[in-house]
Ligand binder design. Structure first.
Ligand code: MN
Length: 196
């Protein structure tokens, strides 16, 4: 089980001006940390303590009912943020290539059309949640939203790309302007770290 926050490969100010330093710091040291603390609290002394987080979230129905909601919310919060930090970064990569680009082109028509559809999905998400590019067991890619901290791995999907659409991810800089946050976020997607 995860006991610590993952080490970020970049500084809190490295994603400026697209994501501001204060948002990064609060997001990582407060929000992400709180999910980890609450997850630890929920599973300490239970058999889940010795399991991998991925394995727990892949079979949510197997979690003891008394702690299921806490584990899904906080374990999902840990997993989703770990993943989110890994697919963004200061490296200026312009887009996917190779097999991933082929899949995106084949599914959405073009990279631009994919971005448009992904953005639309994120803008349409009501309340708090995430927008994802995921791959199913047959290898197909698709865009999906999840509510709150639900994770696509609980539905059998492999996450390829994640956008945190919770207000805590953008409110300090963008307030209610979610569209501006998303537009700018594309600049910090680190495509080199995204693999099928
Ligand atoms: Mn978040």
């Amino acid at each position: 089980m995860i006991k610590e926050l993952p080490k970020l490969n970049y500084a809190f100010d490295a994603l400026e001006p697209y994501i501001d330093t204060q948002t990064m710091e609060v997001h990582y040291t407060k929000h992400h940390k709180t999910y980890l603390d609450k997850l630890t609290m929920a599973i300490t002394g239970t058999p889940l303590e010795n399991m991998e987080l991925e394995d727990i979230l892949m079979s949510p129905e197997a979690i003891d009912e008394n702690i299921r909601t806490a584990v899904i919310n906080n374990g999902g919060g840990v997993f989703n943020h770990n993943f989110f930090w890994s697919v963004i970064g200061p490296a200026k990569s312009t887009g996917p290539d190779g097999m991933l680009l082929e899949k995106i082109n084949g599914t959405f028509g073009s990279f631009d059309m994919f971005k448009e559809e992904f953005t639309k999905s994120a803008l349409g998400l009501f309340g708090s949640g995430w927008t994802w590019l995921v791959q199913d067991k047959e290898g197909n890619v698709k865009i999906m939203n999840t509510q709150n901290q639900a994770s696509p791995i609980s539905e059998g999907y492999k996450p390829l790309l994640a956008l945190d659409v919770w207000e805590h991810a953008y409110y300090l800089k963008y307030q209610n302007r979610r569209a501006d946050y998303i537009t700018n976020w594309w600049n910090i997607v680190d495509w080199a770290n995204i693999t099928l």
